[in-house]
Design a protein around this ligand. Structure first.
Ligand code: SAM
Length: 261
C-alpha cells in the first residue's frame, strides 16, 4: 500500500524547481497553435491547500513557494505566476497547484491531458480538480499507462514522470523504461524528477540515463538546505530528453535563485 502523500511536501523547494521548469516548458510548447498531448504518470491530487494541517506541520511550503513568492522569484510574465494567480483566484490565497493543475491551466481546449494516480483518495481528489478541464484521469499504474498511450495523439507533447520513489526498484528500472518510452515516442519531451540524496542513491540512475545518449538530453539540479535536520533530500533534479530550446536559460536563472538560499 502506498503511504506517500504529497500534501506534506506540496510547494516545497523541489516543487518550486520542478513546477517552474514544467510551466516554462508548457508555455514553450503552446507558442505554436498545433495541439499537444500532456501525460503524467504520478499525478498526485492536483490541488493543495498550504494551510492544511499536513502542510503546516512540515513547514516545507513556507520555506518553498511561499518564500519564493515573497522574494519575487517569478516575474508577472512567468507562467508560474499566471497559474498561481488563477488557481488562487478560484480556490483561495493559499491554494497551490500540483503539476496536473499547472498543465490544465497552461494548455488549451484542443490539447489532450492524461493523468494517472494509483492512490484511491488522491485519485478522487485529482478527478475533482481536473474534470472541468476535460482531462482524462486513470486510477492505474502510471508506468503501464505511459506504455499503453504512446505514441499519443496528438504526437507533439510532453510526459512528466514524478515518482515518489517509495518503491526503491524505481531507481533501477527508470532508465530502461524511459528508453522504451522514447523508442515509442521519439518526438516527445520526457521529463523525470528525482531527489538529490545525501547517500547518492540517485546517482547510478542518473549515470544510466546519461549513458543512453538520448537526443537533446538536459539535466538540471538545484541544492537546498534539508527540510529537517537529518533529512536526506538536499536537492532536486529534472532530467529532460528532447529538452525544449532555451530551457537552459530558465534553469540557470533558477540555479542563481537557489544558490542564495
Ligand atoms: N506530480 C505531482 C505534483 O508535482 O504535483 C506530485 C506527485 S507525488 C510526488 C507522487 C504520486 O504518485 C503520489 O500521489 C502517489 O500516490 C502516486 N503513485 C505512486 N506510485 C504510483 C504508480 N505506480 N502509478 C501512479 N501513481 C503512483
Amino acid at each position: 500500500m502506498l503511504s506517500y502523500q504529497h500534501i506534506y511536501h506540496a510547494g516545497n523547494l523541489a516543487d518550486v524547481q520542478k513546477h517552474a521548469l514544467l510551466a516554462w516548458t508548457l508555455r514553450y510548447l503552446t507558442q505554436k497553435d498545433k495541439p499537444i498531448s500532456y501525460i503524467e504518470t504520478h499525478s498526485g491530487r492536483g490541488l493543495y491547500q498550504l494551510d492544511a494541517a499536513e502542510a503546516v506541520r512540515t513547514g516545507e511550503a513556507q520555506a518553498g513557494i511561499l518564500r519564493a513568492q515573497r522574494e519575487g522569484w517569478f516575474g508577472p510574465d512567468h507562467p508560474m505566476s499566471d497559474v498561481l494567480r488563477r488557481v488562487q483566484a478560484s480556490h483561495g490565497a493559499l491554494a497551490y497547484p500540483g503539476s496536473p493543475l499547472i498543465a490544465a491551466h497552461e494548455l488549451r481546449e484542443h490539447d489532450s491531458l492524461h493523468f494517472a494516480e494509483l492512490h484511491p483518495r488522491e485519485y478522487a481528489a485529482l478527478e475533482l480538480a481536473t474534470s472541468a478541464f476535460g482531462a482524462k484521469t486513470y486510477p492505474q499504474d502510471g508506468f503501464e499507462l505511459a506504455q499503453s498511450l504512446l505514441p499519443p495523439t496528438p504526437r507533439r507533447g510532453m510526459m512528466l514522470i514524478d515518482p515518489s520513489y517509495e518503491v526503491k526498484a524505481d531507481y533501477e528500472r527508470l532508465p530502461k523504461l524511459i528508453a522504451k518510452l522514447h523508442r515509442k515516442w521519439n518526438v516527445g519531451i520526457i521529463a523525470l524528477w528525482y531527489p538529490v540524496l545525501t547517500d547518492g542513491r540517485h546517482k547510478p540512475m542518473l549515470a544510466a540515463l546519461k549513458a543512453q545518449g538520448f537526443p537533446k538530453a538536459f539535466c538540471h539540479e538545484v541544492r537546498f538546505p534539508p527540510a529537517r535536520e537529518g533529512h536526506r533530500m538536499v536537492g532536486s533534479g529534472m532530467f529532460f530528453l528532447n529538452a525544449p530550446f532555451g530551457i537552459e536559460d530558465e534553469a540557470a536563472r533558477l540555479t542563481t535563485l537557489f544558490q542564495k538560499l
